[in-house]
Design a protein. Structure first.
Length: 235
């Protein structure tokens, strides 16, 4: 069930009036298809722009109220009451619990054997060398398109690691492919953390293990050289 947008806008304006610094500004609320539950608030040219994750569409009014309080407090550097944080965090926890089991995903379109590299044996070697052979193997595959920005991702729900087929080429060093795969394997080993209602995809111990990888610097330098203008990322 979708929310009444005019009601959400009105609620934001009501919360704005409780912050003295915000009263002289206009406020504009919109939904945006962020990856995950991300929300932003920015003050530009006399208007406060609030972007909410479209996954919030349909939330109860009290949850929007808590979220707006949190966002305005963040903008004006106020201390946030724990009750508001708890109300929002409880809703997020319920939101991310699957109501029913999803049907088995068809992963056959993702093949581990590419033109030049096969992800399956690469996974086995990395698993042996860095995870004592104990990491459960998800489905492995090359992407269906030539993404130059999203070079790899792990889908925990489908237990799937995908690497961009842009890296399945004879000019791509093997150490780069291994690094990308190692990064995604860390996601298998280290689940997403939640701190104060926010998801941490790359927590500190994740980054520490990633940076300890022997080819970390060399691989990232190669990626920066060949994909810097395209804003490459790993998920």
């Amino acid at each position: 069930m979708k929310s009444d947008f005019s009601g959400i806008q009105t609620l934001a304006e009501e919360i704005k009036e409780t912050f003295q610094e915000a009263r002289t500004f206009q406020v504009w609320v919109s939904f945006y298809p962020y990856r995950g539950l991300k929300h932003t608030i920015r003050l530009r040219q006399g208007t406060i722009f609030i972007r909410l994750s479209d996954r919030m569409n349909g939330a109860p009014p009290e949850v929007y109220r808590a979220l707006f309080v949190i966002l305005f407090a963040k903008l004006f550097r106020y201390r946030i009451d724990a009750g508001w944080r708890r109300l929002y965090a409880d809703y997020v926890a319920r939101l991310e619990q699957p109501a029913t089991a999803s049907p088995p995903a068809d992963l056959s379109r993702y093949q581990s054997a590419g033109r030049y590299y096969d992800l399956d044996p690469l996974f086995d070697v990395l698993n042996r060398d860095f995870f004592s052979g104990k990491l459960p193997k998800p489905h492995l595959g090359w992407s269906r398109n030539n993404s130059t920005t999203r070079l790899g991702f792990y889908d925990a729900d489908r237990k799937l690691i995908v690497v961009s087929q842009n890296l399945d080429g004879r000019k791509v060093p093997a150490y780069v492919v291994r690094y990308i795969l190692y990064h995604e394997m860390l996601h298998v080993a280290i689940p997403v953390e939640r701190v104060n209602g926010r998801r941490r995809i790359h927590p500190p111990h994740f980054k520490a293990l990633e940076q300890a990888y022997p080819d970390y610097e060399r691989a990232r330098q190669w990626l920066q050289k060949h994909f810097r203008k395209r804003g490459w990322r790993l998920f």
